[in-house]
Design a protein around this ligand. Structure first.
Ligand SMILES: [Fe+2]
Ligand SMILES: [Fe+2]
Length: 390
């Protein structure tokens, strides 16, 4: 489908209904790769799609123009979910690529670009495409070195690429058609794509706030029209680690000992009014857990010791968390062991790497299986943890 979102500006993106794993990020609702066509004196395509969706993309463009007549392709970001069709489109149209220096470098590493025409832009540069002008704002490391935003002043549209995206496949194209439920999708996306670089977000938000915006057109999910101020404020909260009185308990278990400890600590926290979420890693997507951690005050991770090491599922989760890098949490490591306790030290190492404040207690490691009194101690620990002020 194609949809005119403003006079002469069209959504020509593709909907990936079936995708359930996006480079390790669970996408239970699918995704879209949004591409936008501006028909002016020049025909401009903003971003493309994954290569396996080329036919769908070209089908949409062809409803509006002959693809041979594309003049420019703006590459806001070279990751292949957005640049995957650029090579084929250049072959058809000979369109000139508008991107930044890093974008050009990254394109040359993915494709044979020696015969491509480029216009290289930087923050503040403008290109007239007829009645409209495109302006560019670079946002390096949100989340690749090449990321940039494209702003059309006359139409008050910000083409934000990955920023403000959501992984959701839907027949709706605008935020108001989904309602406030869209924020949970945006949060999920933020937690798993942008969290590692959240310290860079306040400056990017400042740049976005200086623009007069009627539409934010991201390259995944729906277009923001009704909730523009709200989503910008939420980005600010998420980037500045505004937390709730909430604990996320993440564990895995061999013979339910670590599981029992997790539930006993949760009892204590809940008695003190802390919101608790518990996830067994092997039964939950890592990205879902990370979304819950985004606004949590406490992160508790439990693992049995297996042959002087972590339970493998917990190791997998820790590697993911270490790469997503949530910051400024209170961390607790716990777990059961047989003859040599090793798992909690490994968990605490990761907490230290991330700068978590670690809370420890001798009740947090138990040999073989926790008895009634051990579980009571875990519960009491949960209560004390709720009162801790670090
Ligand atoms: Fe990306
Ligand atoms: Fe993307």
């Amino acid at each position: 489908m194609v949809l005119e979102i403003k006079n002469g500006i069209y959504w020509v993106g593709v909907i990936d209904w079936e995708i359930r794993d996006f480079h390790g990020y669970g996408t239970p609702y699918g995704s879209t790769y949004n591409s936008y066509l501006i028909k002016d004196k020049k025909n401009v395509l903003i971003d493309t799609a994954k290569d396996y969706m080329f036919n769908e993309l070209i089908y949409g463009i062809s409803k509006l123009i002959d693809p041979k007549d594309l003049d420019y392709i703006v590459v806001n970001h070279v990751e292949k979910d957005h640049s995957g069709c650029v090579d084929k489109l250049v072959e058809i149209s000979n369109a000139t690529i508008i991107t930044n220096e890093k974008g050009k470098e990254h394109l040359s590493l993915y494709y044979d670009t020696k015969d491509w025409d480029f216009v290289i832009v930087d923050t503040g540069d403008e290109i007239s495409i007829g009645d409209r002008t495109l302006k560019f704002i670079r946002t390096p490391m949100l989340h690749w070195p090449d990321n940039m935003l494209t702003y059309c002043e006359e139409e008050k549209i910000l083409f934000s690429n990955d920023a403000f995206g959501q992984h959701i496949a839907s027949s709706e194209r605008f935020d108001y058609e989904i309602g406030e439920g869209i924020f949970e999708h945006a949060k999920d996306y933020f937690a798993n794509i942008l969290m590692p670089y959240k310290m860079l977000i306040p400056d990017a938000i400042k740049a976005v706030k200086s623009l007069d915006i009627e539409l934010i057109c991201p390259s995944h999910g729906v277009i923001w029209r009704e909730y523009i101020n709200e989503i910008i404020e939420k980005y600010n909260d998420w980037a500045t680690n505004k937390t709730k009185n909430k604990a996320v308990i993440v564990y895995d278990t061999m013979y339910n000992s670590t599981k029992k400890m997790a539930h006993a600590i949760a009892e204590g926290l809940m008695e003190k009014g802390v919101e608790v979420k518990i996830y067994r890693i092997s039964e939950t997507s890592l990205s879902r857990i990370m979304t819950e951690i985004l606004d949590a005050k406490y992160v508790l991770i439990g693992s049995p010791t297996v042959n002087r090491n972590l339970y493998p599922e917990v190791g997998k989760f820790l590697a993911y968390m270490d790469c997503i890098r949530p910051l400024d949490k209170i961390g607790v490591a716990f777990g059961s062991y047989g003859w040599m306790e090793c798992a909690t030290e490994k968990i605490k190492n990761i907490f230290e790497n991330l700068g978590f404040k670690i809370v420890d207690d001798e009740c947090l490691t138990v040999r073989f299986a926790p008895k009634e009194e051990d579980l009571k101690k875990c519960c009491e620990f949960g209560k004390r943890l709720a009162d801790i002020d670090l």
